[in-house]
Write a protein that binds this ligand. Structure first.
Ligand code: TH1
Length: 829
């Protein structure tokens, strides 16, 4: 009512918010206003960062009316929506995507040109928000893009890390991490709302009290922090909808300050403030491996609790009947990182809002769904009971009760099969008492999904086998996807234009239409144009890498690319052994150089800072690169490039230029992969194992257009069962032996045999991911690649068929699957 009467006061206040005129002049005016009134500088005195910020604010202004309208309509309709809970969002640059979503690309470029500015220089100014490690964080970013484009009511919740994923540099070939100060030049994309802060508590104890004859529990925490929401626009593609991403930033509470100030220790008070603000300071740079650090649990509870409270207190109308919550919201858990939201919702319902336990549990079980992203046993997150109980004593009690009731149901079903009970328990006993977050998530969720067909099958048959038996209907698959807006339309403008020339523009939101390209694959003129697109993307990459890192891509070479996090299971070592084998063949005179297909190998990979062997592998790749690139014996044939700091921005340049996509994880280890989809959709052919989403890519594109090699998952299991001895493979294969011996000899370390000794002995005596067992098959597959590449026109035809047949991997399709199988949240307007 107050808001209403406020709008009555002035006629202008009653008018709807409108966007600036969609013209070059309108854009120029808005840009200059933002430069003058927002940045406080004249055009003549402005620098490129001023201009970038003003441009970003201008595009934002065009989105604002749509954003306010999206929020208003959701408030009125109260339609069921998705709350996507994710500790990571690897967004990539925002400017290009916002220009695309508003249809302003050409208007903006022209407007800036009229001001004497090249828009490309401003685009280059943006530091991408790297608030994620890899696939999991990028998946979240693709999903919110698709939800906005499909007009699905949804909100993304996460953490506004002050420092995102570290900036990688190389010093003498070794990875050195530098802090990512992504906010240092100002972020024009965020809207802080300190007035909507939530107070998040930690520590202390619980006590029971009598509430009118009912015994209730309350939590008496001993410290707290403020969670300040920062809103980000998530624009749909040309559809007038803008969803919200809400990231939380930690700040010290007044009470926190006061208590210590009153004790008289000023310095201690300021230190305590830093302590509180540390919670959202930095993204943990571990990918697929949990850390078990207290600060990490603090981060998880911080954002999970703030998000639940925000949804209940701010998003829902006052006096909302919480028994209806499952009809209003689904909280999607992106891996186990937000799972502490489960006991937090129980605490809110039971302790804060006074519901009965049974009723609260029924609501909670109707509101969560869980996506598992891994199969590696060491990647399944657990928290020691000791730590969890110290930080969140009430939540531990709630988890115990959930577990008690769950295990009672298990016993009822299976009698006293105590082995099964122990295996299924939410509490593990070894090596210490701990909470198994994946079990908690599974028990609490409506649905549990894996991220590719093979992964979901292995979840059902192995990792969560007993749970699948107990709750057969709970398990489902949703194969991952990627947004065609960023990874095709924005990253590969020339291919997009070629496709639009053929099919019209509708494919951008209906990627299955790429099928229609199949007939074009038979048209020699189209193939020629497609090949020219690939060539121009290589030239563009050459310019980018030259300017960025002083590296030169030979655009006459086959571009053979492996970009992804450095992890043993992904097997960058296998790729490296192929390179060393080729090099070794030439320099030893065993292979005439004329028989070697000219290739440029590109690596991009960050290693977790504490992951010793992964960092050694990075070092080795760089050292092999230095030797190979400097050796006149292979000049013009082999080149190894490893640009540092692979990120979303660089991916958008590398992937469209690639000929060959390396997806060579040990079968059964890569849950899905999403880089694999990006390459195929941009017309690279895949050399890959039968793992993750590779399986589905190969089924769709066909065996003739995919280079499959290596053991299958059952074969891997079989070899492990009979006892895998890597050195047997070393001894049996002269090429492999020679390549390994060359590394061990110190040929890539200035004669020093000790430098790469750990990598070599890890391969020979451990080799957990069976690199040596798949080596021969990999080399043979690479020979098939060479043979196929020799016929350029046939290769191009295969590349076009890859594009045509990969529409399935649009994240719009992933969202449809989540909506149909899990969320039941229809598009809204
Ligand atoms: C990745 C998986 O490794 C990858 O196969 C998958 O395509 C991607 O998620 C998206 O589903 C994972 N990333 C992480 C990161 C952390 C913990 C577990 C996983 S699994 C921090």
């Amino acid at each position: 009512h107050i808001a209403h009467s406020r709008e009555e006061r002035h006629p202008l206040a009653k008018a709807p918010v409108t966007a600036p005129p969609n013209t070059v002049d309108g854009f120029v005016k808005q840009f200059l206003d933002n430069l003058n009134f927002g940045q406080g500088v004249a055009l003549s005195a402005s620098g490129v960062n001023d201009q970038y910020l003003a441009l970003a604010r201008t595009v934002r202004d065009y989105l604002m009316a749509r954003w306010l309208e999206t929020v208003r309509r959701q408030l009125v309709s109260q339609a069921k929506g998705v709350c996507y809970l994710s500790a990571e969002y690897l967004l990539g640059r925002q400017l290009g995507n916002s220009l695309l979503a508003t249809g302003l690309e050409d208007v903006a470029a022209e407007a800036l040109a009229e001001c004497g500015i090249d828009i490309a220089d401003l685009r280059a100014q943006e530091v991408e928000p790297g608030l994620g490690n890899g696939g999991l964080g990028r998946l979240a970013a693709c999903f919110i893009d698709s939800l906005a484009t499909m007009s699905v009511p949804s909100i993304g919740y996460g953490i506004r890390y002050e420092y995102g994923i570290f900036r990688q540099t190389f010093e003498d070939g070794q990875q050195v991490e530098k802090p990512d100060r992504w906010l240092s030049m100002g972020s024009p994309w965020e809207f802080p709302h300190p007035e909507a802060a939530q107070t998040i508590s930690f520590g202390g104890r619980t006590e029971q009290y009598d509430d009118d004859g009912v015994t209730r529990t309350r939590w008496i925490p001993d410290w707290d922090v403020l969670a300040i929401p920062y809103n980000y626009m998530v624009p749909g593609y040309l559809n007038g909808r803008v969803n919200t991403l809400r990231l939380w930033s930690a700040q010290a509470t007044k009470a926190f300050d006061l208590r210590i100030f009153n004790a008289g220790d000023y310095a201690e008070a300021v230190r305590a403030q830093t302590f509180a603000e540390n919670i959202s300071k930095v993204l943990y740079p571990e990918d697929s491996t949990p850390q078990g650090k207290e600060l990490r649990l603090q981060q998880q509870y911080f954002f999970a609790a703030a998000s639940i409270a925000d949804f209940l207190d701010v998003v829902l109308p006052p006096d909302y009947d919480l028994t209806k919550l499952p009809d209003r919201a689904i909280f999607q858990l992106n891996d186990t990182h937000p799972v502490i939201a489960v006991p937090e919702l129980m605490r809110q319902l039971v302790d804060v809002r006074g519901l009965e336990w049974e009723q609260a549990w029924e609501i909670t079980q109707g509101c969560f769904a869980y996506t598992c992203h891994t199969l590696l046993p060491e990647a399944l997150e657990v928290w020691s009971v000791d730590l969890l109980g110290r930080l969140l004593p009430r939540h531990l009690e709630i988890i115990y009760r959930i577990n008690e009731e769950f295990l009672a149901a298990v016993r009822e079903r299976y009698g006293d099969d105590e082995l099964r009970v122990r295996n299924m328990s939410i509490i593990g006993e070894h090596p210490e008492r701990s909470v198994r977050m994946a079990h908690l998530a599974t028990v609490a969720s409506v649905k549990v999904n894996g991220v590719a067909e093979l992964h979901s099958q292995l979840l059902r048959e192995k990792v969560l086998h007993d749970f699948h038996e107990f709750y057969p209907g709970k398990f489902t698959n949703v194969t991952n996807g990627i947004t065609p807006r960023r990874f095709l339309r924005l990253a590969n403008k020339s291919l997009s234009e070629l496709i639009t020339d053929a099919l019209g523009p509708g494919w951008v939101t209906d990627l299955d239409r790429l099928r229609e390209l199949e007939t074009y694959a038979e048209d020699p003129e189209f193939r020629e144009r497609f090949a020219e697109v690939k060539a121009s993307n290589k030239r563009r990459l050459n310019r980018v890498l030259l300017e960025r890192d002083g590296l030169e891509v030979d655009d006459t070479h086959m571009l053979d690319v492996m970009v992804k996090r450095l992890h043993e299971y992904k097997r960058q070592m296998l790729k490296l052994l192929h390179i060393v084998t080729l090099y070794d063949g030439i320099v030893s005179g065993r292979v005439p150089i004329s028989e070697v297909t000219p290739r440029t190998f590109i690596f991009g990979a960050k290693a977790a800072p504490g992951y010793r062997i992964a960092k050694d592998i990075i070092h080795l790749i760089n050292k092999v690169g230095s030797v190979v690139n400097a050796d006149p014996a292979v000049e013009g044939r082999l080149k190894v490039l490893f640009p540092p700091n692979y990120n979303v921005t660089l991916a958008e340049r590398i992937i469209p230029a690639a000929d060959l996509s390396e997806q060579i994880s040990l079968a059964g280890k890569e849950a899905s992969g999403t880089g694999n989809m990006k390459f195929a959709l941009n017309g690279a052919l895949t050399i890959g194992t039968d793992d993750g989403a590779n399986v589905e890519i190969r089924q769709l594109v066909g065996d003739d257009h995919f280079f499959l090699f290596g053991m299958t998952e059952p074969e891997v299991e079989e070899l492990a069962a009979k006892g895998y001895v890597p050195s047997d493979f070393y001894r049996a294969d002269p090429n492999l032996r020679s390549a390994i011996d060359l590394i061990a000899s110190g040929a890539f370390s200035g004669g020093d045999r000790s430098v790469f000794e750990p990598v070599i002995s890890n391969l020979l005596y451990n080799d957990r991911f069976m690199v040596l067992a798949d080596y021969a098959a990999y080399i043979a597959a690479q020979e098939r690649v060479d043979a196929a590449y020799a016929d350029a026109d046939t290769w191009t035809r295969s590349a076009i068929l890859n594009v045509a047949r990969c529409g399935f991997f649009s994240s719009d399709r992933s969202m449809r699957d989540y909506i149909d199988r899990i969320w039941h949240t229809p598009p809204s307007f």
